[in-house]
Design a protein around this ligand. Structure first.
Ligand code: NAD
Length: 418
């Protein structure tokens, strides 16, 4: 497992797999395997009891050939330099897959947010925003939410930036609350694109998504909205999980009630209507039609992949399959819809939010959702096309073939400086 556990090496192996199908110079590909720069900062922040605590914080700007750097900010104890480097690279290829005019970045702070008060989290976030200030900007680098961050943190970062810059610049960050310049549909966007990708994947196999069964690992923003939209599309969501465990009901869970129960009690495992409790690996190996990993990286390795019984896997999380798991699924002809397409709804609606901020004009939820539908369906079709035309093994490699080609074209059009 050790050689599979480094997400940055996983990213590089995904780039190398696609590069074999592209007529691109090796030194140009080499440039696309590493971030352009990584900020590493020590934040020293006063706690409520007057003591000082130090936090390690990062921002990796991987590539800006296609536009401003773009990517979320994660608060988690496992955040590290290599993790943000990997996540920033996935952002580059995700933005290129759905053809939104951004490069890729990612940031994070190594902390467990449940251990801090709201006032402490605000001071930590504002200290981080001060470090980010020279790097970010509406046309430079535009952060967004990721694991354990949301509208609240985005609003604090925007306010710190605007105060220090003595300006108003809502487009400096996306994922804001609506009243602070956020977009309709942003909170639901990742789960919505994951569900659209699932619908397209089943249609590609000549099957109807309605009437299928699904299991969803992770019940935060990405997982809970995916479960809700899948239910609306007629899928029976039989199992869901979070970091404390999984719940199962063969007749289908009432996913809205599960979300309400988690909001009240803190975990899906406290949901009173569950038929059975499962371990997380048991959820991943349930006999369902569709499996949606929506938690963290490396959830399924090569060994577990042999036990998975779903026909289709749609990655709501970033990097949930190791490269060996990918190989196993390719051999077993399990269709995997890659993260850089499936969860790209988040960055796509972030892009719509940024466009609205620049225009100082708000779109309706209907317009946001219609534009999102078009972007994801077009991107899925481009992947299927690349998959058939170029003889590449998987939809993931097809996505990287499409995305790397777009990044290389932008790089070659611009030339090198100096
Ligand atoms: P979140 O913090 O809202 O939720 C994460 C969920 O995963 C929580 O329910 C947590 O309990 C659960 N979890 C953590 N470890 C787990 C484990 N071992 N087993 C089962 N569940 C576990 O985060 P999110 O925003 O939903 O992000 C989830 C994934 O989706 C991440 O990989 C993130 O990068 C990706 N993603 C999110 C967005 C977005 O817009 N929120 C966009 C693109 C990709």
């Amino acid at each position: 497992m050790a050689e599979e556990a480094n997400p940055f090496e996983n990213l590089q192996s995904q780039i190398d797999d696609a590069a074999r199908h592209l007529d691109v110079e090796e030194d140009v590909i080499e440039r696309l395997r590493y971030p352009e720069r990584v900020l590493e900062a020590n934040l020293t922040v006063e706690m409520d009891d007057g003591s000082l605590e130090r936090f390690r914080a990062f921002r990796s700007q991987f590539n800006g050939d296609r536009g401003p750097y773009k990517g979320g900010i994660r608060y988690h104890p496992e955040v590290s330099r290599t993790e943000v480097m990997a996540l920033s690279g996935w952002m580059v290829y995700k933005c290129a897959t759905v053809d939104v005019p951004y490069g890729g970045a990612k940031g994070g702070i190594a902390l467990d947010p449940v251990s801090y008060s709201e006032a402490e989290l605000e001071r930590i976030t504002r200290a981080y925003a001060v470090e980010l200030r020279p790097l970010i900007g509406v046309d430079r680098d535009v952060p967004a939410p990721d694991v354990n961050t949301g509208q609240r943190e985005m609003n604090w970062i925007k306010d710190t930036y605007e105060t220090l810059e003595n300006t108003t610049a809502p487009g400096v960050i996306t994922g804001k609350a609506i009243e602070s310049g956020g977009s309709e549909g942003r909170v639901e966007a990742t789960g919505r694109s994951t569900s659209i990708a699932a619908r397209e994947a089943f249609a590609h196999l000549g099957r109807d998504l309605a009437g299928t069964t699904a299991a969803v690992q992770g019940y935060g923003n990405a997982g809970s909205v995916t479960a809700r939209v899948l239910s609306e599309l007629g899928v029976s969501v039989v199992a869901v999980s979070d970091s404390r465990g999984a719940i199962y009901d063969p007749d289908g869970l009432d996913v809205e009630s599960v979300a309400a129960s988690k909001a009240e009690h803190g975990s899906v495992v406290d949901y009173p209507g569950a038929d059975e409790h499962l371990g997380n690996d048991e959820l991943l190996t349930l006999d369902v039609d569709l499996l949606v990993p929506a938690a963290l990286e490396n959830a399924i390795d090569g060994d577990l992949a042999r036990e998975v019984r779903a026909d289709v896997i749609v990655e709501a999380a970033n990097g949930p399959l190791t490269p060996r798991a990918d190989d196993v699924f390719a051999d077993r002809e399990v269709l995997v819809v890659p993260d850089i397409l499936a969860n790209a709804g988040g960055v796509t609606v972030s892009y719509f939010e940024w466009v609205q901020n620049r225009q100082r004009f708000s779109w309706t939820a209907q317009r946001v959702n219609e534009e999102l539908e078009r972007v994801i369906v077009d991107a899925f079709d481009a992947l299927v096309d690349a998959h058939g035309r170029e003889g590449v093994e998987t939809l993931r490699t097809a996505a990287y073939v499409v995305a790397i080609r777009r990044v290389v074209d932008a790089f070659e059009d611009a030339g090198t400086f100096p």
